[in-house]
Design a protein around this ligand. Structure first.
Ligand SMILES: O=P(O)(O)OC[C@H]1O[C@H](O[C@H]2O[C@H](CO)[C@@H](O)[C@H](O)[C@H]2O)[C@H](O)[C@@H](O)[C@@H]1O
Length: 401
């Protein structure tokens, strides 16, 4: 992305597109008045409803299907027979899927060779990638071993965390000062100061000071949505308070409604609460995560754009000698995989224990498979870059450095 020539804000201004996919519903359900579009705080529509009027919207528009498939069950049922498919069958399906998305562990040699004489930049999602998925989002901790692997790799390769959580929260969870952080799906980025002309005058980029007292660039393309998101967050807390297990998080530039701990029979109710909010706020839209509904501004910004922004800030864009690697596990990471794939500029690695379509090139099964090759990456590249040793051994054959 050329920041110099692209100084326009990613915030979509008037006319606000009535995007059917914003609500994910058929056009005849979009006859609500376009109120709430103004960003003036006095004009927010705040009509907390205890109970959604009807559940038909979310039943007919595919939300429930998306909610059910957002974090697949461990065991599959054969439709109509209620028989569990044997673990072996699931393994066979997984192994055939891996022909299309080969294991990053087994492809290490190929990745390493392609990385020869290139500068690697590493981008990491947090939940489901660095930390295992757990029931309570407040207890999604990464292990010390994972932290140390990330720290070691970041010594040699610029590394950024790009998370759906707020930047402060993900920083608190990771706790490494040597990384760059992008929160709220890339809508809140702290990146390096690049002392070039392209820094000047970007409307959403300001100089700031980080926790270490270092000068940094703070990029917040959805800044004007902060009060709106806060109001939506508060309304959602109020409207879901009687739904057992529901949890709402405020990430400053987006808000998440978790249904992992909600009984499945109540999923339509939670979906309808979110649906009703979106009807009142046409400048917000829905995205799906793992057992979570996320409400965010209708702006042309996502994790893929965040990767491009960070590469540009690091002086690593439009270069043949750069190899970005992005590791992530959910739908929001697909935007980043797509940027790398379409730009033919690096590798997306999907973390998934079940087969699913992706724009990633490689796969790993779970966070433990992120950590091991990560450590391996460090050891090998340390030798390769600093000691000049050829990369020839197969993975797993390495002794500890
Ligand atoms: O972009 P990410 O760093 O992957 O963040 C995406 C969401 O992650 C968190 O929720 C997910 O992880 C939780 C803890 O394991 C789990 O309980 C939840 O079901 C998952 O959806 C976070 O709480 C969300 O706010 C993020 O948007």
């Amino acid at each position: 992305m050329d920041l110099k020539s692209n100084h326009s804000s990613p915030v979509l201004t008037d006319p606000i597109p009535i995007n059917k996919s914003r609500l994910g519903i058929h056009s005849n359900l979009l006859s609500y008045p376009q109120s709430g579009g103004s960003l003036s705080p006095g004009k927010y529509k705040m009509t907390p409803r205890k109970k959604p009027a009807k559940l038909d919207d979310v039943r007919s528009n595919g939300w429930l299907d998306a909610m059910k498939s957002s974090s697949p069950p461990r065991k599959k049922l054969i439709k109509g027979f209620n028989i569990e498919v044997a673990a072996d069958d699931i393994d066979i399906a997984y192994h055939s899927w891996m022909i299309k998305y080969p294991s990053a562990l087994k492809s290490f040699e190929q990745i390493s060779k392609h990385a020869k004489n290139k500068k690697i930049a590493v981008f990491l999602d947090y939940d489901g990638t660095l930390s295992p998925i757990v029931d309570d989002p407040d207890r999604a901790f990464m292990s010390d071993a994972m932290r140390s692997a990330v720290r070691n790799v970041a010594k040699y390769f610029p590394t950024a965390i790009i998370s759906g959580r707020s930047r402060d929260k993900v920083y608190e969870l990771v706790g490494l000062t040597e990384l760059f952080y992008a929160g709220s799906h890339g809508m809140d980025i702290i990146g390096p100061v690049k002392h070039t002309e392209s820094d000047d005058g970007h409307p959403n980029c300001v100089r700031s000071i980080d926790q270490e007292g270092k000068e940094v660039n703070l990029f917040q393309p959805a800044r004007e949505f902060i009060p709106m998101i806060d109001q939506v967050f508060r309304t959602l807390v109020e409207n879901t308070k009687d739904i057992k297990g529901a949890k709402v998080e405020n990430h400053k530039f987006c808000t998440s409604v978790h249904y992992r701990n909600v009984e499945e029979k109540n999923w339509p109710i939670i979906a309808q609460c979110v649906h009703d909010i979106l009807k009142d706020y046409p400048r917000l839209r829905l995205t799906h995560g793992r057992k979570v509904l996320e409400v965010r501004p209708v702006i042309d910004w996502n994790k893929g754009k965040a990767v491009e922004f960070l590469l540009e800030s690091l002086g690593l864009s439009d270069r043949d000698d750069v190899l970005p690697i992005y590791i992530g596990d959910d739908k929001t990471d697909e935007d980043a995989f797509k940027v790398l794939k379409e730009g033919n500029m690096g590798y997306g690695i999907l973390v998934s224990s079940v087969p699913k379509e992706s724009n990633a090139i490689f796969s790993v099964r779970d966070p433990s498979e992120v950590q091991n090759p990560y450590q391996e990456l460090y050891i090998r590249f340390f030798r390769f870059y600093l000691v000049g040793e050829e990369i020839s051994e197969g993975i797993g054959e390495m002794e500890e450095a």
